[in-house]
Design a protein around this ligand. Sequence first.
Ligand code: GDP
Ligand code: GDP
Length: 453
Amino acid sequence: MTSENLPVVVIAGRPNVGKSTLFNRLVGRRQAIVSDMPGVTRDRKEGEALLRGRRVRLIDTAGLEEAAPDTLYGRMRASSESAVAMADLVLFCIDARSGITPADAHFASWLRRQNRPVLLIANKAEGQAGTNAALEAYSLGLGTPLALSAEHGEGIADLMGEIAERLPPAEKSRRREAPKAEGEEDERPAGPLRLAIIGRPNAGKSTLLNCLLGEERMITGPEAGLTRDSITVELHDEHGPIQLVDTAGMRKRARVEQHLEKMSVSASIEALKMAEVVVLVIDATLGVHEQDLQIGRLIEREGRACVIALNKWDAVEDRNATKKAILDRLEISLAQVRGIPVVTFSALTGAGVHRLLPAVREVYEIWNSRVSTGELNRWFEDALERHQPPLVDGRRLKLRYMTQVKARPPTFLLFGTRAEQLPDSYKRYLVNGLRETFHMPGVPVRLQLRGTK
Ligand code: GDP
Ligand code: GDP
């Protein structure tokens, strides 16, 4: 394989976040010159790295900012544009010690529009430094940040694994090596993300499906061996294959047999079982219907990740008012899935549809996410202090310790004396806190209680 054919990994970010240091770390030789002074002129550095047995071409954009005499943001962007355009993966670095700066945020928002796979890196996080910035980095909308220290070599092995996982597949099957707790079955399976598009009749599911497939033009067709009413099609985004359960196909058959409204729910249940992420399509011109909420609750009950799609946005007159009304309704009626991502588009014209799959990928990551026991219990102690556990039968419950037992969806186990008697209101307080602190909007969060002596 010539270096031209190797997957390209580009390191980007504002000056001084540690791009060159990271480059050196990954390439394993001191090919780039590292400097304490921001923006010191350096050539664009390229090198080859071997990550989990795969050779990649690594490009360091550090120093390129000198080329364009503009604002810092303009320089970063100009310097990175060509490199990012050819990237199979962009490593976007922030400095976890200094936190998110406006330049980081600007650059991130530009990067999101480039439609390249991005891995967000919170560098300079040696020891436990920069945990806050790493959490804050979620707000950049580039997925789960990976905290590491390029200089001290901490987290580099994980990084290599994460990079290898995001590269275009060399062979078919890739498996994620995640730390496992006992008794759990939450390993992210190899193979495509399984997605279902569900919603009431006429919400626009078929139109959306056609739009997605038309755009991707990568249909591999109805899969052999499946029944007529559960057709799956495969499409691809930059992160890999997505298997779509086509409920519209299911609906057609059932239409003759059953009442439509009833049917759409049973088709939904069918699709839900097969899916990891569910797109709930709502006809925005009609607002939120009770049946939409029913489906939403079903998604939560089944523990699936969800994205809400407000379709027919082209036909909505007052978009601000409509969006607000719908969000308010969802917030009140689907509180258990607080913060669900909402995407507006027109499946008919295609406007805005490109935002759907990134939202799906993001919520899928969250659904798969894990919180370390250390972090969890630091938060937990804080939460207990802020709001004491209630008295039950005149005695205070002693809550001791929390751990995440599985992902998909994130599930936490809480230990404490008579913990199983914890009132629902306090459980909600904890779940909401978990969701907020560890950035798990839009996915069901489970809390299990275990009493101890
Ligand atoms: P670039 O401009 O983004 O290429 O940043 P450099 O790689 O030149 O690093 C800028 C400064 O940050 C240098 O002083 C590095 O020694 C320092 N640095 C890089 N990585 C780390 C790290 O993991 N931890 C700490 N504390 N400093 C780092
Ligand atoms: P399904 O029953 O959920 O599969 O809905 P269809 O995809 O069959 O769409 C139902 C109707 O809504 C059709 O007449 C579509 O043309 C129309 N429709 C779907 N998407 C849009 C949209 O984005 N804007 C508008 N104005 N009409 C749409």
